[in-house]
Design a protein around this ligand. Structure first.
Ligand SMILES: *Cc1c(COP(=O)(O)O)cnc(C)c1O
Length: 402
């Protein structure tokens, strides 16, 4: 038999839940000469991005664009609204929620963590109950992840807003939407979120290195009295200079070139179509996993993530070895495992510039890898996914004809 070639042929199947594959059009848009970041051409580009990004968060307030990964925008959300010693209620949906909590603690906040088994989303009733107990209104903010990327659970943002209101509690609502924005419906203004944290490299189909804070009037008011130290992350100076299309420092010009095009592409497809595509790919993936007889980490369908599916392997099978095998044989990457599921599960990302055909390729590679790795499973997962994609298309074809 011929030795394995060292040259990977064709495109790498990037099925981690972010960074996601970039559309060629975004790559081309970034492959342009650098422009003067204090000149008129830049101001036009920046204004286009600053206006355009509002339509993605569905807000009419300013959106702060940071030259930083999502973790930076986490910090921006906290330091701009809170003061040392403030009590914050967070929910442990998984690894990313835990990281945000650790950051908040390092910043000097007092965190109360509602724990879960990492297999469910946020329970709005539990948040309401805790806030009702807080008669002295000591809790200054409720923070959680719209989509927990380490486990594939989606939490009900609008329900948590209602829970806070029902409890009659003044806490701010801070939501991380890094792995859900531009992939599933999100409404910053309508849902009454005070700070929404976003990132570039997931649904927005951009490279890593840019992130966002969408803000409410209440968050802007809290900013005026918040005492946590801030300089790079400070909103006030940024918002003032953004009005004329500039930044307080040299922003990532090429990322903005890409952002203008990714926003354009999302609207060309239509946001509702983008969301329907993600729902369809997620359902097809879950049908494949169920047909294989494997377990999905998210145990309640009401929390199923539209952007990734985390798959538990049977006891005694190492998920890291499985991912390494799939990479070697089929040039595909899956998301790694963390915390209580370390080595026990892998995550299939199905977000960003991904279509049904790419997904079937990924699920085919997964089914072949399960066989090669000797992991007990039933055949027919890819078939189940294809059957679902055909039926989903049938009904949309019928709808169009009606
Ligand atoms: C990816 C991700 C982050 C971290 O973003 P970085 O860009 O890696 O700093 C935070 N929260 C969620 C939900 C994520 O998916």
């Amino acid at each position: 038999m011929a030795k394995n070639s060292s040259r990977p042929v064709g495109r790498h199947a990037l099925h981690i839940p972010g960074p996601t594959p970039l559309p060629d059009r975004v790559l081309r848009a970034m492959d342009t000469p650098i422009i003067d970041h204090r000149g008129p051409e830049f101001a036009r580009l920046a204004k286009k991005c600053l206006e355009g990004i509002k339509t993605i968060f569905k807000t009419s307030n300013p959106v702060i664009i940071y030259t930083a990964t999502g973790t930076g925008a986490w910090e921006g959300a906290l330091v701009n609204t809170l003061s040392a010693g403030d009590k914050v209620l967070m929910v442990e949906t998984g690894q990313f929620a835990t990281l945000w909590k650790k950051m908040a603690e390092k910043l000097g906040l007092q965190i109360e963590f509602i724990t879960t088994d990492w297999r469910a989303g946020v329970d709005a009733a539990a948040v309401e109950a805790r806030l009702r107990e807080d008669k002295a209104k000591e809790i200054k903010a409720v923070c959680f992840l719209h989509n927990e990327t380490s486990t594939g659970v989606l939490s009900p943002v609008a329900d948590v807003r209602k829970a806070i209101d029902k409890a009659g509690h003044p806490a701010l609502l801070l939501v991380d939407t890094i792995s859900s924005l531009a992939s599933t419906d999100y409404r910053h203004d309508e849902w009454g979120v005070d700070v929404t944290v976003g990132g570039a490299q997931k649904g927005l189909m951009l490279p890593p290195g840019m992130s966002f804070n969408a803000v409410s009037d209440k968050a802007l008011a809290a900013n005026k009295t918040s005492k946590l130290p801030k300089s790079f992350w400070a909103w006030d100076e940024m918002i003032v200079i953004n009005k004329i299309g500039f930044f307080p420092y040299t922003p990532a010009t090429q990322m903005l070139q890409g952002l203008a095009v990714s926003i354009e592409m999302l609207h060309e497809e239509g946001l509702d179509n983008v969301f329907a595509r993600h729902d369809r790919m997620a359902e097809a993936t879950r049908r494949a996993v169920k047909a294989w007889g494997l377990e999905i980490i998210c145990r309640d369908p009401k929390f199923y993530s539209p952007t990734l599916t985390a798959v538990l392997l049977p006891d005694g099978h190492d998920a890291d070895a499985f991912r390494a095998l799939a990479l070697e044989h089929f040039n595909i990457s899956y998301g790694a495992s963390f915390g209580r599921f370390q080595g026990k599960m892998f995550r299939i990302g199905h977000l960003g510039d991904t279509n049904d055909t790419m997904l079937i390729g990924a699920l085919g590679a997964t089914e072949m890898s399960l066989s090669l790795a000797g992991i007990p499973h039933k055949k027919g997962g890819v078939q189940a996914a294809m059957d679902y994609l055909v039926s989903a298309r049938d009904s949309s074809v019928k709808q169009a004809a009606e």
